[in-house]
Design a binder for this molecule. Structure first.
Ligand code: COS
Length: 378
């Protein structure tokens, strides 16, 4: 595999890095402190073509490959991890399944919006269905030309501001995970509401919250991919989502290395820059090595996806490693900063809190190990 970036991929990197440094990074601390959803950034990302990066231009998307996409998510997350995941959810978890499984009518009505001006959310997790995603409780019952849906979801990223939601509910409870179906629902449909937005340790501005379905009527035209196909749609969507989260983890870790380099060069103790001490140099060397290895795993998964090969295990490996590295690198970045690293004025304090969720959402590290081990033992 040749991972030299193409001219187009380098252009994406330069463009998104420039946008992230100019427009995204300066808001990161305020978003973290207030927990505010950065709606203005979403609008700007739409104008720049970042909301539907991999979507076919026919539906208003950028037609980019997955490597370019992973570079964009890395750059956004390096500046602000909240913004990185808002963008990743829209691209990987909302645009992708509609493009892969939707009808032309659904693409016209929803994908075009998601790729330009809209914002999506992915409703799979329920209070009793986290890692065991197959044990859904929400139910859709056929009625006339459509379905009536009752149930709820929790921890749904973008819930606060999204206008289009892909939700997973049982259409045939007797069939277990084979009885799950996916529906596209819109904010404002009678019977649909967004509940409490969570006050979280990190990634504080992505408006993650509850969804409620109370006799929510959805037309049959909004069933995505056919009855009973929901679990496979969710799992294959998460395979791509995990590339995005792994890229986010690389971006967070890179930001921690950037901060550590800057601080260790400027900070003096015992009459010289602390970067002259081997104890600090070893931290920096380990950080750079682990980040490079994680980035390679992300690009390897993206490369497989772009070539139409299976990428479930590659994505799981990338996410497992990159999230572990992000937590370790951000923790060690605080160590390099000493007491200053524990203070909110210093970016590494936020990066450490932001990094933790990458080991949890879109499948915990244990789920990634289940996917990897399952394939080894099959
Ligand atoms: N792509 C397509 N289909 C898949 C798939 C994938 N990546 N993984 C599993 N499937 C299919 C299987 O082929 C199987 O199909 P059949 O019913 O036809 O045999 C079906 O899905 C069930 O598979 P499996 O038995 O492996 O499912 P489990 O219920 O044992 O669950 C785990 C497996 C734990 C890996 C899965 O539930 C999971 O990923 N959980 C974490 C969910 C998650 O990431 N949540 C975060 C939500 S978004 S923040």
């Amino acid at each position: 595999m040749d991972f030299t970036l193409s001219k187009e991929q380098r252009l994406v990197q330069r463009t998104v890095r420039d946008f992230a440094e100019r427009e995204v990074g300066p808001l990161a601390q305020e978003i973290d402190q207030s927990g505010r959803f950065p709606v203005e950034t979403v609008e700007k990302m739409g104008k720049l073509g970042l909301l539907g990066m991999m979507v076919d231009p026919r539906w208003g998307g950028g037609g980019l490959d997955t490597i370019s996409y992973s570079i964009a998510i890395e750059e956004l997350s390096r500046a602000c991890a909240t913004t990185g995941v808002i963008c990743s959810v829209n691209n990987s978890l909302c645009c992708w399944p509609i493009e892969a499984f939707g009808t032309d009518d659904q693409k016209e009505r929803y994908l075009r919006r998601l790729a330009t001006t809209g914002l999506g959310a992915f409703g799979l997790t329920e209070p009793g269905a986290g890692t065991d995603a197959g044990s859904q409780r929400s139910v859709a019952v056929r009625e006339g030309e459509g379905y009536v849906i009752n149930g709820s979801k929790v921890f749904i990223s973008n819930a606060e501001k999204a206008d289009i939601f892909i939700i997973f509910v049982l259409t045939d409870p007797k069939q277990g995970s084979r009885g799950i179906s996916a529906f596209i629902v819109e904010r404002g449909m009678p019977g649909f509401s967004v509940g409490k937005i969570e006050d979280k340790m990190g990634i504080r501005g992505n408006g993650a919250g509850e969804l409620f379905f109370d006799d929510l009527r959805v037309p049959r035209a909004n069933l995505l991919g056919g009855e009973g196909k929901g679990f496979k749609i969710a799992m294959s969507t998460l395979d791509g989502g995990r590339i995005g989260i792994a890229a986010q983890a690389v971006g967070i870790a890179q930001a921690a290395l950037d901060e550590s380099l800057r601080y260790s060069i400027e900070r003096e103790q015992f009459g010289k820059s602390i970067s002259k001490f081997q104890a600090i140099q070893w931290f920096l060397a380990d950080m750079a090595t682990e980040i490079a290895a994680s980035r390679h795993l992300v690009r390897r998964a993206a490369y497989a996806k772009d070539r139409g090969r299976s990428y479930s295990v590659e994505a799981a490996m990338a996410k497992l490693m990159a999230s572990d590295v992000a937590v370790r690198v951000t923790r060690n970045a605080i160590q390099v900063h000493g007491g200053y690293g524990y203070i909110k004025d210093y970016t590494v304090e936020r990066l450490y809190r932001d990094a933790k969720i990458t080991e949890l959402y879109e499948g915990t590290s244990e789920v990634q190990r289940m996917v990897i081990a399952g394939s080894l033992l099959r």
